[in-house]
Design a protein around this ligand. Structure first.
Ligand SMILES: [Zn+2]
Ligand SMILES: [Zn+2]
Length: 118
């Protein structure tokens, strides 16, 4: 019988399932999709880059000038809020006209969800 390694996110500690330990047991560190986006956002903030690429999507940081409906949750994006507009990389004009919009705070969970439903 094989051994099992538990996979745990090194950032938030969330359990990410198990994998074949190939003789080893215990816990192995990884990073979950939500924390991967957080890490990208942190890196983007540090470098002054407003663009994040993840899971085939490109997210650009904006300040809202008017109210937008958000795709991430029930709350609207209000003027002066920071939000990200998301398009599929190479998705064409339709995406540029009707991007997904996500509050900045909702982005990690929203983008991680997009990846898993793809
Ligand atoms: Zn995590
Ligand atoms: Zn939201």
């Amino acid at each position: 019988m094989g051994t099992v390694l538990k996979i745990r996110c090194e950032w938030c500690g969330k359990s990410m399932g198990e994998k074949d330990g190939k003789g080893a047991t215990g816990t192995t560190g990884s990073i979950c999709p939500v924390c991967r986006v957080k890490k990208l956002m942190k890196h983007a903030a540090a470098t002054g880059d407003n663009r994040i690429r993840f899971g085939g999507y490109i997210a650009d940081l904006h300040s809202a000038h008017k109210t937008h409906r958000a795709n991430c949750c029930d709350k609207d994006i209000l003027p002066c809020d920071k939000y990200y507009s998301l398009v599929i990389g190479g998705g064409g004009v339709a995406w540029l006209k009707h991007p997904y919009r996500s509050h900045k705070d909702c982005l990690p969970v929203f983008m991680a969800g997009l990846e898993t439903t793809k």
